[in-house]
Design a protein around this ligand. Structure first.
Ligand code: ADP
Length: 409
């Protein structure tokens, strides 16, 4: 286990188990060490070896409730004060286990963010009590996020599904009135499209959140990627009376490639374009700027739309967050677009930022870390030198940095 995690886990344990667990550690530190050395052989080599290895907090107390052993994770606890000593409730629980032999387990309360530690007290060999504790904070957080996400998805699905049900019944009942049927059918198409968009975005979000494996990565030309997405949005823009204007300050001679998942990267750009078009007034322009920096490639999508108030700006990247829920839902937004973009960018080592001013417009910037051709060529020169020096041995070849693949240019 990572030492930082260990310290964090120990800190959380100290806080939540509180004075109870503190007693064991402090006692261990002050007077227990000598006794531990004396008593440890009685505990059995096997038991202490196992406890030394397990990935959770473990201490052993003797029948006088004096700590006689602490495993490495418990020994790392450094956040204990003298006031923490002697928590009567904890000592009473250990004593009860010692007397009755019945194990005592405390399960964390999933609804209480402060209660994240599972504690298990068992009696061994009638004379010792083992206290095992583990912090389930991270697991609880992930479970809570999962619950929230499922609740949100169900909520989002409920509306179009209910609408489709009602509209289908309405079509049946109005079978003899073609005008009405046409109207209902139009709404049916709209609702089913919304369902389709939602399921597409959920799939894209799950892809964006999954770890990018080396085999998923392809060499992607960022200029081609951006230009391709702009072209495929031209018609959509024209339908809204918007002109898309591309500016490329990215020194066309210099390579701008990234090793990544082309479909996800395309979606990250597409979401910004689609938002800019949807939030722009008719007759305005959406600018798409490209800029090549030393180690990164910036793509900026700027619109002259209504802008986003400062209090909403940090939240628009959250899943299902909409500034004006009812309105944007009606316009076809799922509330997942920017979240997909941010997850995708971060999975590729980049990020997305926003600048916006209500009444002026918004500007979203994607920062792609470059698959550095200069650095690679330097490394490949070093690699060639190494190969020469070792007369092309396999070992030298392995240390050579990979030569970048040719992009789709
Ligand atoms: P949606 O699918 O609803 O557009 P997003 O995650 O893409 O969801 O965006 C979240 C919210 O951020 C939107 O509902 C909208 O209110 C706001 N937003 C995003 N882009 C823009 C923009 N270019 N101009 C104004 N508001 C925007």
């Amino acid at each position: 286990m990572d030492p930082t995690l260990l310290v964090l886990a120990s800190t959380a344990l100290g806080a939540v188990v509180g004075a109870g667990v503190a007693v064991t550690i402090l006692g261990m530190r002050r007077a227990g060490r000598r006794r531990a050395a004396e008593l440890r052989p009685e505990l059995g080599e096997v038991a202490t070896t196992i406890l030394d290895e397990i990935d959770m907090f473990a201490v052993i107390l003797d029948s006088s409730l004096t700590p006689v052993y602490a495993n490495p994770i418990a020994r790392q606890e450094r956040h204990i004060s003298d006031e923490d000593i002697r928590d009567p409730e904890f000592l009473a629980r250990v004593r009860r286990v010692m007397t009755t032999g019945a194990p005592d387990t405390h399960e964390p309360d999933p609804t209480d963010p402060a209660d994240t530690v599972r504690i298990h007290i068992v009696r061994i060999q009638r004379r010792f009590a083992v206290v095992l504790a583990e912090d389930l904070g991270e697991e609880q957080r992930v479970n809570a996020m999962r619950r929230d996400f499922i609740a949100n998805v169900s909520h989002e699905l409920k509306t179009p599904i209910a609408a489709i049900g009602l509209l289908s019944e309405a079509v049946q009942q109005a079978a003899d009135e073609p005008e009405l049927v046409r109207g209902f059918a139009k709404s049916l198409v709209k609702e089913s499209r919304r369902l389709g968009e939602l399921s597409r975005d959920i799939i894209q979000l799950s892809e964006a959140q999954s770890t990018l494996r080396p085999e998923d990565r392809e060499s992607v030309s960022l200029r081609d990627l951006v230009r391709g997405e702009v072209e495929s949005h031209r018609e959509f823009a024209a339908q809204h009376g918007i002109e898309l204007v591309v500016t490329d300050d990215s020194e066309p001679d210099r390579d701008a490639t990234i090793l990544g998942r082309p479909t996800s990267l395309g979606t990250a750009v597409a979401n910004l374009l689609s938002n800019a078009i949807r939030h722009s007034p008719e007759g305005s322009r959406v600018g798409i700027g490209m800029e090549l920096q030393r180690r990164s490639f910036l793509v900026t999508v700027t619109d002259q739309g209504e802008g986003i108030a400062p209090e909403h700006q940090p939240r628009i990247f959250e899943r299902f967050y909409r500034v004006d829920g009812a309105r944007t839902r009606g316009e076809g937004g799922t509330g997942l677009g920017l979240s997909i973009t941010r997850h995708t960018m971060r999975a590729h080592g980049g990020d997305v930022d926003v600048w916006s001013q209500p009444g002026v417009g918004s500007s979203f910037t994607l920062t792609f870390p470059l698959h550095d051709p200069e650095g690679s060529s330097k490394s490949s020169k070093r690699a060639k030198k190494a190969r020469r020096a070792t007369r092309g041995s396999a070992e030298a070849a392995q240390t050579a940095a990979p030569v970048p693949q040719k992009g789709h240019q």
